[in-house]
Design a protein around this ligand. Structure first.
Ligand SMILES: C[S@@+](CC[C@H](N)C(=O)[O-])C[C@H]1O[C@@H](n2cnc3c(N)ncnc32)[C@H](O)[C@@H]1O
Length: 425
């Protein structure tokens, strides 16, 4: 294993260009992606991230003049990733924002009196969902409903609408949310009632102002580079709608084993955007068990894969130890590696011959049993024709990266991350 101190990026700015546009759990540091892209691909190559999350890989691909393709199973991830890698001229944002904010402000003012609110309720649907009034105060509910209504109805281009939708979700899915919650980006957030009711209009205006600066920085950096394409699609990394041998480099950081429920992290933003996301809140939550790394009883059956656990030495040693402690945890861990076997097989299929795949992973500790995810993935890769070339270690800057666990309860055990470099045979 190699130690590469320059991959630690301690104290580096991770929020340049559009990287800081939206919080996201277990986001990859852009410098790490940049390293991978610079060393293992060249200009105009096509880079794939099959679990793209908030789109760090695609932003870096664009900044380095590579074409980018990203898939994610989560519609909120898709939305964020798409906005982060689509440059929009600031004058276009400003013009539409002025129209939008005037309409929103007028309706919020109207909602201040009883008759006005009644009139408004006839025009604007206020979403109903379980525990709505627990998570949001009444004023916030009304303001969010007005804001999402106008983002959806005001005439504008798709890239602009997505930009404002991301500004909207970032009011809710944030460290300081307009919802009565803290740590919302983690999947185990807690109730926290605001002492002073948040002013949605003020917060939205401030968010858009910050996002415009970030977008301008991104646009400037893009303008200096050649013309490349970025695409983000909803899709499942276990069966990618992507041609064989069409990709020059894969860069991805998959979810951890049973550590993070992305649908639980995101669910408070979904009911306001059901139409735009094309999914109802209930269906969104119901799909939690199809995500890789889910802690819910997974929907797919063990038999749908030809993965032979006994051929993966490290996994075949770890599972019986886990099983003695918890049958459920052993099953979920096994399921995770069955899923990752399919993901790695798909990566192998779509990669061109002799090209590389970089997979960033963390070992997990499940009921105090260490699950060396990196070793298991190396063995899986080697078994299907992806030769392990390098395994770098790096230290996670736990203070900056939003991780799916409480730092105190894990101590330093999860602060080492592995950067696995494979090459297709
Ligand atoms: C650790 S995050 C990726 C973070 C990303 N590198 C970034 O910097 O934002 C893992 C992602 O995998 C996605 N995911 C889980 N199961 C998936 C599947 N079957 N297919 C595609 N994406 C999946 C999750 O929705 C999540 O966005």
């Amino acid at each position: 294993m190699s130690n590469m101190p320059e991959l630690n990026f301690e104290g580096h700015n991770t929020l340049y260009a559009t990287h800081g546009l939206h919080a996201y759990a277990a986001k990859c540091p852009p410098q790490l992606v940049r390293y991978g892209l610079k060393y293992y691909s060249k200009r105009s190559d096509t880079i794939l991230d099959p679990m793209v999350g908030s789109g760090t890989t695609l932003v870096e691909a664009k900044l380095l003049s590579r074409n980018g393709i990203g898939f994610d199973i989560d519609p909120i991830a898709k939305l964020i990733a798409e906005v982060k890698c689509t440059a929009i001229p600031d004058n276009k944002i400003e013009k539409t924002f002025n129209i939008l904010i005037t309409r929103v402000a007028a309706d919020i003012a109207e909602a201040q009196n009883e008759q006005g609110l009644l009139n408004l309720r006839e025009r604007i649907k206020i979403p109903e969902f379980y525990n709505r009034d627990y998570w949001f105060s009444e004023e916030v509910v009304i303001s969010l409903a007005i804001l999402s209504f106008h983002i959806g109805k005001t005439k504008m281009a798709r890239d602009l609408r997505n930009f404002f939708l991301v500004a909207f979700t970032s009011l809710i899915l944030a460290k300081t949310s307009v919802a009565n919650a803290r740590d919302i980006v983690h999947s185990r957030h807690h109730f926290l009632k605001h002492e002073k009711i948040p002013d949605v209009l003020v917060k939205f205006t401030a968010r858009v102002k910050t996002m415009r600066k970030q977008m301008s920085d991104f646009s400037k950096r893009c303008n200096r580079k050649g013309d490349v394409v970025s695409e983000v699609k909803l899709g499942d990394a276990r069966s990618l709608p992507q041609n064989d041998e069409s990709i020059d480099l894969v860069f991805t950081s998959p979810p951890y084993v049973t550590a993070l429920d992305y649908t639980r992290s995101h669910f408070l933003a979904v009911p306001w955007l059901e139409q735009e996301l094309g999914i109802s809140m209930d269906n969104y939550r119901r799909r939690a068990n199809i995500y890789v790394g889910t802690e819910r009883q997974p929907s797919l059956k063990r038999e749908d894969s030809n993965f032979d656990i006994s051929s993966i030495f490290t996994l075949s040693k770890v599972l019986p130890i886990l099983k003695e402690i918890s049958d459920t945890q052993a099953k979920l861990t096994e399921r995770y590696f069955v899923d990752m076997y399919r993901v790695v097989s798909e990566i192998n299929r779509v990669l061109k011959r002799r090209k590389h795949a970089i997979i960033v992973v963390c070992p997990s500790h499940i009921r105090k049993v260490e699950v060396p995810t990196h070793k298991i993935l190396i063995e899986i890769g080697n078994s299907i024709g992806l030769s392990s070339k390098k395994c770098y270690t790096r230290t996670i800057d736990a203070g900056r990266r939003i991780l799916p666990f409480a730092k105190e309860s894990f101590g330093n055990r999860m602060s080492t991350e592995y950067v696995l470099v494979f090459q297709k045979n």
